[in-house]
Design a protein. Structure first.
Length: 310
């Protein structure tokens, strides 16, 4: 089991680092090609935050383990709302605006609801997966449209990323290498988690919790750093974007690859995922902020999710 633990740790580290480098290369390539900051922020960076989940769930599905693939999505979504947002709010209250709640907030909540409906059917079809993927395309179109209409300086966070027009080939090479590294790391992570699960008799859902929380570590570290600097917009954008792409893109692709019965996911875990998203939305809508007390409630919900997954 020692080798499996090493696979999990090494897989997570390489997955996180390689995914971050992949996003960086993608942003630099887009800038060199003069792609708008709105597209970069809403699509490339938004998609990039979910690269670890895409890799892990897709590979689990390819290997015929649909339950693990979808458990990873549910655990990641729940961890993002409860652990990530809750921890950030405990550090400093996370503020938002009614515009964000009405648009990005409701879009994320709709995606989570749609995923829950698909999962609660007990048997997911390839058509359901296609519907989720189409939903992701619609969501990306809306994000780009809203980005064009916004008067906020949404591209300012990308201004710190310097580019050199002569390094396009280098960035493509780095991006390709990072993509290969994420795939290999995701494969090793899955092998390690499944090996540990088999040895210790862990449920598929608990193994999904391990991978889900693990792939949410980049969001957690980014949210903590942003919260300490008082950057509420980054915290919320991080959480909303990740859950949106997880619910529609990650789950949709996993289902298209390997449709079938969803037998391991307990209904209560899906309810907690939806409930956490609703609670966070209510907290934000009532006072346009998520307070420290509300952050503690969200983290408590995460603890309940862990107990249910055992």
């Amino acid at each position: 089991m020692g080798i499996d633990i090493l696979r999990v740790v090494a897989g997570l580290v390489v997955l996180i680092v390689a995914a971050d480098r992949l996003v960086l290369s993608a942003v630099r390539i887009a800038k060199i090609l003069n792609i708008s900051a709105i597209i970069i922020g809403a699509v490339i960076v938004g998609f990039g935050t979910s690269v670890p989940e895409f890799v892990v769930s897709s590979m689990a599905s390819v290997q015929g383990n649909l339950d693990l693939a979808l458990s990873n999505v549910v655990a990641s979504n729940t961890a993002n709302i409860t652990l990530v947002l809750g921890t950030a709010a405990i550090i400093a209250a996370v503020s938002t605006t009614h515009a964000v709640i009405r648009r990005e907030g409701l879009l994320m909540l709709s995606a989570v609801f749609l995923l829950a409906i698909v999962l609660l059917s007990g048997f997911v079809t390839r058509i359901a997966g296609v519907v989720l993927l189409v939903g992701m395309l619609v969501a990306m179109w809306l994000l780009v449209r809203w980005g064009r209409q916004s008067t906020d300086t949404q591209g300012s966070d990308l201004d710190d990323i310097e580019v050199d027009d002569d390094r396009l080939g280098v960035e493509i090479l780095y991006g390709g290498a990072a993509l290969v590294a994420t795939v290999v790391a995701g494969q090793q992570l899955l092998i390690g988690v499944e090996g540990i699960g088999t040895t210790m008799g862990l449920s598929v859902v608990f193994m999904g919790l391990i991978t889900g929380v693990g792939t949410s570590l980049p969001e957690l570290s980014a949210a903590v750093a942003a919260s300490r600097r008082g950057q509420s917009g980054l915290v919320l954008g991080n959480v909303l974007g990740s859950n949106l792409f997880n619910s529609l893109g990650v789950a949709g692709l996993a289902i298209v690859i390997q449709p079938g019965p969803v037998s391991s996911l307990d209904t209560m875990l899906i309810v907690i995922m939806v409930g956490a998203a609703v609670f966070a939305g209510v907290f934000a809508a009532t006072s346009q902020r998520v307070t420290r007390i509300e952050g503690i409630i969200l983290v408590t919900l995460f603890a309940g999710f862990v107990v249910m997954a055992l």
